[in-house]
Design a protein. Sequence first.
Length: 578
Amino acid sequence: MPFITVVPSLRTVPGVESFDYAVDAESDLSVGDLILVPFRQRQTAALIVSLSETSTVAAKAIKLKNPARLLRLGPVAIELLRRLSAWTFSSQPSILHAWLRKVPKRAKEPIYALPPSGQITLAFNTRETRFLSDLRHGGTGLVKTAKQLSGRTLILSPWKRSAGILAEELKCPILHSDIADGEAWRLLSGFVAGSIPCLVATKVGAWLACFAEHVLIEEPENDDFKQDEMAPRFDARWIVDETYRLRRGLSVIEFSLTPRLTSQPSAAAPSIRLEPRFENLSRRGRTEIEPLMAATLFRIEEAVSRRRPVLIIHPPRGERGRYICANCGWQAVCQACGYSLTQYKTHGLCRKCGRKNPLPAACPNCQGTDFSRGVLGQEKLKEQLARLPYAKDIQVWNLTQTAELPFPPESLVVLTNAAYLSGAAEDIRRRERLVIAWRRLAAKAEAAKSDLIVQAQEEILPVLRETLKAEGLAKEQAREFQERQVFGFPPAEVLVKLLIDGPEAKASSILAELGKSLPLGWTFTGPYLVPHRATARGNRFIILIKAPADTHPTRLVHVFKKYQDKAFIDIDPVAFFC
Ligand SMILES: [Zn+2]
Ligand SMILES: [Zn+2]
């Protein structure tokens, strides 16, 4: 009696990878088929990864009678699943589950796709990066290209809303993490089966590159392509790269604005022609609208009088970004995790763990009652703007809106503090992220034919001034790379992050083990306690390991495999602190 080995779609720990079932001798099941199998009293979707005449568990194997078939995923998907599992130290079932989400209990009709190779038209793989200063809106670049392509096309975008804008312009459906399971299944099975020829997706749909003839990637420099919090941690860009190696007949086009940092600064980056107006943020020259300098407010009035839309980008939330005593410097922190609180009318909200905390009316340290020192938040800014007679003509946006939405045409865009662009975390990549976000902001303003006013502290004005032009950017990237070399951070060296949950003794024992087992020339530091964790979640420690830049990926996987039960292992982290 023949047997099949399947990877079920469910969350398992690494090491729990596959199960055997017995099938009829006449069965026409093949490797790569997604079928339904009985598993612990339930029907579970499962991918057939091999067929054989024998099984080590033959006596206990359940016999399948004509199992329902769902999809034919084929050999490339199996190999991608295997490689992604090795690279992220997650089990294959967990990854398959993340890909498929919830599969319908009963297949109404089998959606039995042709093997992908039957539809491939190109003989060779092609890959290119197009650097465009106007990434989207108005049909340039990506949208225009996508409309000209024939064959199954997968378009990957870093964010839900920008993906939505692309989907609207292309009149095709969109797959992201917030759509319902049933609809997600309809889209992904339709794309695999070929009935949906064009699909826009965020990172959750990257694996569908296995079935595409064309993959278009919007803003590949953007780290939102990487899952940083959830397990399995994967990077959509890595998945496309790996699929590119596995598949024949795949074309990949990246639409980029700022090249990723490498040892060779790229000369291909476009210059942004827009000339922003810079305002030095200083104590003097502030107005009744706290975050705005007098010169900025003057230009806003002027724009309003000409009936131009005005957009103020001001990310801090709540009333005050922090609740700080002006007298003694005492600061309210979250009772659960110790992170600083954002002030709302009646409470302080922790942006780290989401807990609501009461706020004292007087400082517990000195009884002071002046809490006006913290950075002004959006709520309070809107309150102050409301004093102006033309308040209704001004919109206030946060960073998510700024990243995802186009600017109103011919508007005046004001960024209250350029430092907000690089995000809150102190990290060695802060400046790199600032440059990427800054160029995107300026390019969008240029695309919308808007004027841009940027308020910034004096020390970051030079980098803002220089990096809009290609030469300035190349210079900045060369400087940045040199710094990474000096301090030994990616891309000059490989950095691996181990996250260890539990007492410090556990982290220390892993550290001792690393000391004995790491290859010559590799270094490690830590354990560092991760700050601001909710007390209920316990301690987490980080160990950083550095390896030479030319270390082969399979070697990395091999070296860290033995730690996969004790730690979360991140081989290509997007965030690394100093
Ligand atoms: Zn005080
Ligand atoms: Zn908290």
